[in-house]
Design a protein. Structure first.
Length: 594
């Protein structure tokens, strides 16, 4: 540990395994260093230090009694030298003496923090990754036909080329038939309509079963392994809710709530009603068996090779369950990642992170203005929040089509992509809908998609000319090639004189390469302005030229000084992703950049 300022100290230790570390803090008076400090002042003042040398000799001699072997002999020899007073010229401050005495401190009156502290160490994928969500049933080569895991497997090379690390699948279980929802969330489904994947369970099975039309368990395990060979992890949706014809309801009616008329309580979010979904009662009398069974669902899919789970609405379940469940799972599978789909108030969202959730959805989709973005990301990328909360930024989901995306056109999608991919180390997109800039809402003022994939099988024309596949691929490559974009720390916003231009840098610990991102937040109009950049933060001389390399367009600019002019036109590009490079001139007038 070392002192920072006044009575504030800082300590550190290196973690080497993906596990939980427990530690505490012990403090004591260092009499030897206190003696050295007082001695130094008296020598500087020209005072007689004979007695001080005798006092120091006693402290060192006591340290020799706590030492063993050659250390004890060496420290004792030093004590004899101090007694002679010959060490006043500098030997009393010898680094070897200080190091040896510090090995054997007097902890007789030490104070120990009375509780354990904890550090959770996650895998590297928890810190940095790009997620791609797709519904396997919509990827058959034949329009209108139910897709399979083999069809999904055929998409892996394309998803890998685009630079995604995680392929997230909505629930893959049998879909209930009772109260099945139809197209555009109609109350009654027409014959042949597939229903919502989140209405889990039927006579064909429940949370430990696979929808028969998707394939077999062998097909699923093959998908997981083939994805892993392409450096992609499969993430599976876990939604703790049941369709009315789920086997659990017949086998364990005590696990559910019932209304006054005796009918089972379906899910509601007034004015919305979800008659096709029945929630569990986490506080029922048989809660211990319920909790054990729900935990076993994660264990079951872990047995199929899954290590990443997106958890549906965890904030609506009992918090002690998550602490117990995730803690037990990570004891066996420390590399597991849990993404909380918790669009809720900040404190419950943060509490879930402390209970064990690795990442979390957040308010990014609805933060549009520069002021909103700067305020929110300053909060979640600074201590104390950054020490326990890891955001995963999604511009869209099957449930969220924001007004910005509805009205911003293709450029609006590009803007939100670049913001998500550069403000956060983890981000994701509801894949084909985002790639193809799907922006039609079911009705005015709604964030529901028109003809939502949640209720029907889609057929996506991935070769459409308006696809963002090229931009997504480039942005993901930039993320992988620049370590500054692989962490949520070291984000700093910078002033521009135009509120439609947001500017920020990401850097790495200890300095080094930095990336400057400038985004025109208007999808329709060209904007320009002057940017103020604190060059000293990046080791740049304000009197010398430096190069700004735009990684999006490969255009290079020479800038000088902290104030420079920028202009972004949506017709060509709505953003710069600059890599800052130092401009160097040698004695031989050879110019180069580092």
């Amino acid at each position: 540990m070392r002192v920072l300022v006044n009575d504030r100290w800082q300590g550190e230790f290196t973690v080497t395994e993906t596990t939980d570390y427990f530690y505490t803090v012990e403090g004591w008076v260092d009499h030897f260093k206190s003696w050295q400090e007082a001695l130094r002042k008296k020598i500087k003042a020209g005072l007689d230090v004979t007695l001080e040398m005798q006092a120091g000799a006693i402290i060192v001699e006591e340290a020799s009694q706590r030492a063993a072997g050659s250390d004890a002999e060496n420290i004792l020899a030093w004590a004899r030298e101090l007694k002679t007073g010959n060490a006043a010229g500098g030997r009393a401050f010898d680094a070897r003496l200080s190091e040896m005495v510090s090995r054997y401190p007097d902890r007789h009156f030490s104070t120990v923090c009375p509780w354990e502290l904890r550090v959770v160490v996650d895998s590297e994928r928890a810190q940095f990754g790009a997620w791609y969500e797709l519904f396997p049933r919509s990827f058959s080569a034949e329009p209108g036909k139910h897709g399979t895991f083999r069809d999904c497997e055929a998409q892996l090379p394309r998803i890998a080329r685009m630079g995604f690390d995680v392929l997230y699948l909505p629930p893959i279980h049998p879909v209930g038939s009772s109260f099945r929802k139809g197209k555009n969330n109609r109350l009654a489904a027409e014959p042949g309509e597939p229903g919502s994947p989140w209405a889990i369970g039927s006579s064909e099975g429940g949370h430990k079963s696979i929808h028969p039309e998707l394939g077999t368990f062998e097909d699923f395990r093959r998908l997981v392994e083939t994805a892993r060979q392409a450096n992609i992890e499969i993430a599976l949706d876990i939604a703790f809710q049941c369709a009315p014809d789920h086997p659990y309801i017949k086998e364990h009616p005590e696990w559910f709530r019932y209304r006054a008329d005796g009918s089972i309580q379906y899910a509601e979010n007034p004015p919305k009603k979800y008659e096709d979904i029945v929630p569990f009662d986490f506080e029922c009398e048989d809660w211990q068996n319920l909790w054990t069974e729900l935990k076993s669902i994660f264990e079951f899919w872990a047995g199929q090779g899954v290590r990443i789970f997106r958890v549906d609405n965890p904030h609506t379940k009992t918090f002690p369950f998550w602490e117990w469940c995730i803690g037990g799972l990570k004891a066996e599978y420390p590399e597991m990642i849990f993404l909380a789909e918790a669009f809720t108030r900040p404190k419950p969202m943060y509490r879930l992170a402390k209970l064990g959730f690795t990442q979390s959805y957040n308010y990014f989709p609805w933060r549009n203005s520069r002021e909103e973005l700067e305020k929110y990301f300053t909060e979640i990328t600074q201590p104390p929040v950054v020490d326990f909360f890891r955001p995963n930024l999604w511009p869209n989901t099957p449930d969220i089509l924001t007004q910005f995306l509805q009205t911003g056109g293709r450029t609006g999608f590009a803007i939100r992509l670049i913001l998500a991919a550069t403000l956060g180390a983890n981000y994701g997109v509801y894949g084909p809908a985002f790639e193809l800039c799907e922006n039609a809402s079911r009705e005015a003022g709604s964030e529901e998609y028109l003809d939502s994939e949640k209720y029907e099988i889609k057929h996506w024309d991935l070769a459409a000319p308006n696809s963002l596949e090229g931009l997504i691929t480039r942005v993901n490559r930039i993320r992988r090639e620049n370590a500054a974009l692989q962490t949520d720390k070291y984000l700093k916003f910078h002033d521009t004189d135009n509120p439609e231009l947001i500017a920020y840098t990401k850097s790495v610990e200890g300095g080094g390469d930095a990336v400057l991102i400038i985004v025109n937040l208007s999808p329709h109009y060209r904007h320009s302005g002057w940017l103020e950049l604190p060059l000293e933060d990046f080791g740049l001389d304000p009197k010398k030229t430096y190069q700004m390399h735009d990684l999006l367009t490969e255009v290079r600019y020479l800038w000088r000084g902290p104030r420079n002019y920028v202009q972004l036109d949506p017709a060509s590009s709505s953003a710069h992703i600059f890599r800052l490079r130092h401009y160097v001139r040698t004695e031989n007038d050879f110019d180069y950049f580092v």
